[in-house]
Design a binder for this molecule. Structure first.
Ligand code: HAM
Length: 376
């Protein structure tokens, strides 16, 4: 959960995730510590430290902390299911890693996942592209949003990621990295696309996909769930980071991986109706206006294994029915002074349209409700 803050500062000084959103503090020993905002840099740091045999493949489920503005699907603590593979720059490994995430979404039951794909080039071709992008953005500086007017020099790629209308309009015609790829990066990207095609994985090229962290090279990708609000519809993403190990002080070692946002993936599942509606927590609700019958009745129903609830504080019949509805109970067992005198209760369905009451002897309420629950 903790990491030396320097690990993230080395890899992402120009990104919001590190600059603005990272929780960091000094511990009692004077060490500067970060709550991890993500898992990749830590896995690579651990590999440099312990030098497991290559290729090295790791997976993790871990909390990530980012000081973001909390809203639906954007939290200050979220969880990622991540995969990292170090030690090969073979494009077939890119396909394998993307295919793994793709299969996971499919196995969970999601059917409407979009895969966006881009290449960010490498140290050979990216500088030339950044220069072209920088000149283009400087020529249109006045049309950009205030934040990005000031950040062109520092990191022009970030402007491509801006969702504000003014920036989106300018960057629509901006130079595209895929037009600047060197031969090696272009060949790599071609093989990745071919491989995805061979596995029947549908993707869309998105030349403006830059991702929120700076360590990416070559293949980058993002999975989106169209069923979610567009600002939070990224349910996972990743890419290649062939320069990261070196940046962290280790030997040059290529790598690729992804992180799936578990909360967002579950939100997408809800939006697609992947999981059946949860069964109510309560089977039966005892509505008692005698003030005394509920105690025993609830006890008997619970002893029989039925999930039973009731109201307290002598509430009105109407108020008790409201609580019964809210509890999600399937049946109400109703006892008033009249019923009590006759030794009966009225049993009524709360979930079907047929709200007809059935009179049942108090001694038979348990069996009656059990029978009706079993029928459904
Ligand atoms: P990321 O795109 O920053 O990439 O995060 C991965 C996923 O975590 C996102 O697609 C999203 O589903 C989820 N996520 C991110 N921030 C939040 C948040 N504030 N609230 C809820 N969910 C969130 C990474 O972190 C890279 N380490 C992925 C990677 C692995 N690249 C290579 N290997």
């Amino acid at each position: 959960m903790f990491e030396d803050v320097g690990v993230f500062e080395r890899v992402g000084e120009a990104t919001d995730v590190v600059r603005k959103e990272m929780y960091d503090f000094e511990d009692k020993g004077g060490r500067r510590i970060a709550l991890r905002p993500e898992g990749t840099a830590s896995v690579v740091r651990a590999w440099i430290q312990h030098r497991a045999t290559l290729p090295f493949k790791a997976w993790y489920v871990a909390p990530s902390f980012r000081y973001e503005r909390p809203q639906a699907g954007r939290y200050r603590q979220h969880h990622q299911l991540g995969v990292e593979a170090l030690g090969s720059d073979d494009p077939d490994l890119d396909v394998e890693v993307i295919g793994l995430a793709w299969g996971l979404y499919r196995d969970v039951g999601l059917t409407r996942v979009r895969l966006l794909l881009n290449s960010l080039g490498d140290a050979t071709c990216r500088p030339g592209y950044l220069e072209a992008l920088r000149s283009y953005l400087l020529a249109h500086r006045g049309e950009l949003c205030d934040e990005h007017k000031a950040r062109i020099e520092e990191n022009p790629l970030r402007v491509l990621d801006c969702k504000r209308e003014s920036c989106v309009r300018v960057t629509a015609d901006a130079p595209r990295m895929i037009d600047y790829l060197c031969d090696a990066c272009a060949a790599h990207f071609t093989r990745v696309r071919e491989g995805l095609g061979e596995l029947g994985i549908a993707f869309e090229l998105e030349p403006r996909l830059v991702r929120g962290l700076d360590y990416y090279t070559r293949t980058t990708f993002e999975f989106q769930a169209p069923a979610l609000e567009s600002a939070q519809n990224g349910i996972g993403g990743g890419g290649r980071y062939d320069g990261l190990a070196e940046q962290l002080g280790g030997p040059a070692t290529s790598g690729i991986g992804f992180g799936i946002g578990i909360e967002r993936m579950l939100l997408a599942c809800d939006a697609e109706g992947v999981f059946p509606a949860p069964a109510g927590a309560v089977d039966v609700f005892v509505v008692d206006v005698t003030g005394s019958a509920a105690l025993r009745l609830v006890d008997e129903l619970r002893q029989a294994g039925l999930r039973t609830d009731r109201a307290f504080d002598g509430r009105s019949m109407k108020a008790q029915f409201k609580l019964a509805d809210r509890s999600g109970a399937r049946f109400a067992v109703v006892v008033g002074p009249d019923e009590l005198e006759r030794g009966i209760a009225k049993v009524q369905s709360l979930t079907s349209n047929d709200k007809a009451e059935e009179e049942v002897k108090l001694s038979e309420v348990v069996d009656h409700v059990k029978g009706r629950l079993a029928l459904r």
